[in-house]
Design a binder for this molecule. Structure first.
Ligand code: PMP
Length: 359
């Protein structure tokens, strides 16, 4: 074997890196980003904050990101305090730190796929054994199912995702509490899309008090429209926050990231104003995709999974050929589209209608 594979950890051999195609097309609705650029006043505030910070880049950043964590705790509400909040470069890094601290060789992580594809990838990268509990045909998971899978696999870490990527479905809080109450795992609820949930959907932050083994992860990449800044965070018991300090790299969060996120959080009203528009557009996509005769998973997120396609790979390619990039998430017959601006969604819907007619 004349390749570097020989030296690679056996569990990584033959694997492919995570990566949605980044194609140069006019309508990009494939990575659940926020299609709206930062409003100018917010962009100006970020630029001012960065300009003030730049002369001091000779110094390392605040290792504990105190100002940022204070702002994040304030944003989350629920009486959370800085010692219950931790931040990193995207929620991907948060998830990685959790697995570094609570997973690892000889340990088991349980998830319920189809779900966020980075969960098993991060498990592999941290040497954590991955088990898949699966989902019902309609992509839901019940408390009974989760408990049965926990009893079967005896995980050290359980990944729940609500609203779930790629299906869009939010979890009943009873599923989260059942997961915490059965077994002895750290239960991580990945809430990257929480802000897009429909009215009446209850998130996991409310469940935190008194639950030492519950962690909620969030991100500024989606609702805040700051995917390029890379800022994710968690809320949990202070002991969990202390535990991730054991694995985080010193000064992992650059000064520029910290000041950008703080400025954005201080302008959150303006930044989050687009969430309402995106929710409406998401509901419109659900309606119009149903009107096209397709199967549509109910969505609490900024994307919609739709199915009933005879050849989903061919539909995906035909859309790319028409300048519209959406996501083939590897579920046969289904594709996922991000809710973009009204214009982007119109372009997608009309391209899809044409493609389906000619199929
Ligand atoms: N969790 C879920 C469910 C996601 O879909 C994503 C992004 N696609 C992430 C976490 C990671 O986001 P980020 O690292 O940008 O915070």
């Amino acid at each position: 074997m004349n390749s570097i594979d020989r030296l690679l950890r056996p569990s990584l051999r033959g694997r492919r890196p995570y990566g949605a195609p980044q194609l140069d097309v006019s309508v990009r609705l494939n990575t659940n980003e926020n299609s709206y650029p930062l409003p100018q006043p917010v962009a100006d505030a970020v630029v001012r904050a960065v300009a003030e910070a730049v002369p001091h880049l000779n110094r390392y950043p605040d290792r504990d990101a105190v100002e940022l964590r204070t702002e994040l705790a304030d944003y989350l509400g629920h009486d959370l305090t800085i010692d219950q909040v931790w931040a990193a470069n995207g929620s991907n890094e948060i998830l990685q730190q959790l697995l570094q601290a609570f997973g690892g060789p000889g340990r088991v992580a349980l998830g319920f796929t189809p779900s966020y594809s980075m969960h098993p990838i991060l498990a592999a990268a941290t040497g954590t054994d991955w088990r898949d509990g699966g989902r019902d045909e309609d992509f839901t998971v019940t408390a009974e199912h989760v408990v049965a899978q926990i009893e079967r696999h005896k995980p050290d870490v359980v990944f729940l995702c609500s609203p779930n990527n790629p299906t869009g479905t939010a979890l009943d809080p009873a599923v989260v509490t059942a997961a915490v109450e059965h077994g002895d795992a750290l239960v991580v609820v990945d809430e990257a899309y929480a802000e897009f949930a429909r009215a009446g959907t209850v998130g996991a932050l409310e469940l935190l008090p008194g639950r030492l083994r519950l962690v909620v992860t969030r991100t500024m990449s989606k609702a805040f429209g700051l995917a390029g800044a890379r800022l994710g965070y968690l809320a949990a018991d202070p002991q969990v926050v202390d535990a991730v300090q054991l694995v985080r790299l010193p000064y992992h969060l650059s000064t520029l990231t910290q000041v950008t996120a703080v400025a954005a959080l201080r302008h959150r009203k303006a930044l989050l104003a687009n969430v309402t528009v995106i929710r409406h557009e998401r509901d419109r996509l659900v309606r119009e995709l149903s009107d096209l005769g397709l199967l549509v998973a109910p969505s609490d997120a900024n994307f919609v999974l739709f199915g009933g396609l005879a050849d989903s790979a061919a539909v995906w390619q035909s859309l790319v050929d028409r300048g519209v990039l959406i996501r083939d998430v590897g579920i046969d017959g289904w594709l996922r589209v991000t809710a973009g601006t009204p214009g982007e969604n119109d372009a997608f819907l009309s391209a899809l209608a044409t493609v389906l007619k000619s199929a």
